[in-house]
Design a binder for this molecule. Structure first.
Ligand code: DP6
Length: 331
């Protein structure tokens, strides 16, 4: 019998949120409580090849050379199943994925992984998805993944249903020469995943207050962004990072993502700013710190980081394009 093979490869970036997604109104399909805003990260890329093949008997998922756990596999198969259903495909798939940033560095991002998976799988399945549909499919795998499909800077509009919650571009990658220097202070996998953290968000007594203040914060951040007012922008980015971690620390049970290295960098950033070096910090749900600065200050910030005790290595990112197809298959 003739073998049937459909295959595609996609490359997709992680993204750093300036306004964070924390808490899910609908955890089944990752509908958030609030809009979030992000920048794609040029040096944190996932490449994924998906092949549907009539000779496969099972779905197989290999990330960084290892078969993934059952829990992770389930999340991937959920996306494969949606593609199979929509393109009327009955075949099993092999999925091979790799990151260009060091494995197990605590920055492995579900955003780059699920946006690459969504594009590769939907392209093999002969579906032709619009950017909006691709954002929605990526969101089903991981909320923040919906922001990685658009180029440059994205806003995930909260919406009120599956078809209205997706990301749109707010600016192209070359709009502003922002840089994100990731300071890796821990390579361990975090004890509480962001998925678990989202589930605890509403237990924080500050949850309602956060939702109330967010619309004004978002409009101030966007105003500063479009004016390229780096000081105001950076201040809001920092406040937002602290708010996210305050929510985590005051949820029940509390989650403490920071470690000694996180505090060292936060305090150093304050000193650097007092000395005239303009740089601001933000974090995801983990201890590693993202330093946001302008391109012209990267060398100076990198020099200062070298003096810290706890930084294992850094990754310097600029804004970049979103998910795209590649002809270079991984197998
Ligand atoms: C703190 O998108 O990783 O980085 O949908 O459960 O996969 P899941 O969560 P995820 O959450 C990201 C949380 C965050 C903030 C953000 O990126 O907006």
């Amino acid at each position: 019998m003739k073998k049937i093979i459909y295959k595609a490869t996609a490359v997709s970036p992680a993204n750093i949120a300036f306004i964070k997604f924390w808490g899910k109104k609908d955890p089944e399909i990752n509908i958030p409580f609030n809009d979030s805003i992000s920048m794609n990260l040029s040096r944190c890329l996932t490449t994924t090849t998906v092949e549907f093949n009539s000779s496969y008997l099972l779905d197989r998922i290999v990330v960084g050379g290892k078969e993934v756990s059952e829990a992770k596999k389930e999340r991937v198969v959920k996306i494969l199943d949606q593609v199979r259903k929509r393109s009327n495909l009955k075949l099993k798939a092999k999925v091979i994925s790799k990151n260009n940033f060091p494995e197990g560095a605590g920055i492995a991002s579900s955003a780059s992984a699920f946006s690459a998976l969504a594009l590769a799988a939907s392209s093999t399945g002969k579906l032709s998805l619009s950017l909006k549909e691709l954002s929605i499919l990526s969101r089903h795998g991981s909320g923040s993944a919906c922001r990685s499909v658009v180029d440059g800077f994205a806003q995930w509009q909260v919406g009120d249903s599956d078809t209205t919650s997706y990301a749109v571009q707010i600016a192209a990658p070359d709009f502003w020469e922002l840089r994100d220097i990731v300071c890796v202070v821990s390579k361990e996998e975090k004890k509480v995943s962001s998925t678990e953290g989202h589930g605890l968000a509403t237990s924080s007594p500050y949850f309602k207050t956060r939702l109330k203040i967010l619309p004004e914060k978002i409009s101030k951040l966007k105003e500063a962004f479009f004016r390229k007012d780096f000081r105001t922008f950076g201040q809001i980015v920092e406040e937002e990072a602290v708010d996210l971690h305050m929510m985590a620390m005051t949820s029940s049970p509390p989650i403490f993502y920071w470690n000694e290295g996180t505090m060292e960098i936060i305090q150093a950033v304050q000193t650097w700013r007092e000395n005239g070096l303009l740089v601001y910090f933000t974090m995801d749900a983990g201890p590693n710190v993202h330093l946001i600065c302008l391109k012209k200050n990267v060398a100076q910030v990198s020099k200062e980081i070298k003096k810290s005790k706890n930084v294992l290595f850094t990754i310097i990112n600029k804004p970049c394009e979103g998910s795209c197809l590649s002809k270079e298959h991984l197998f």
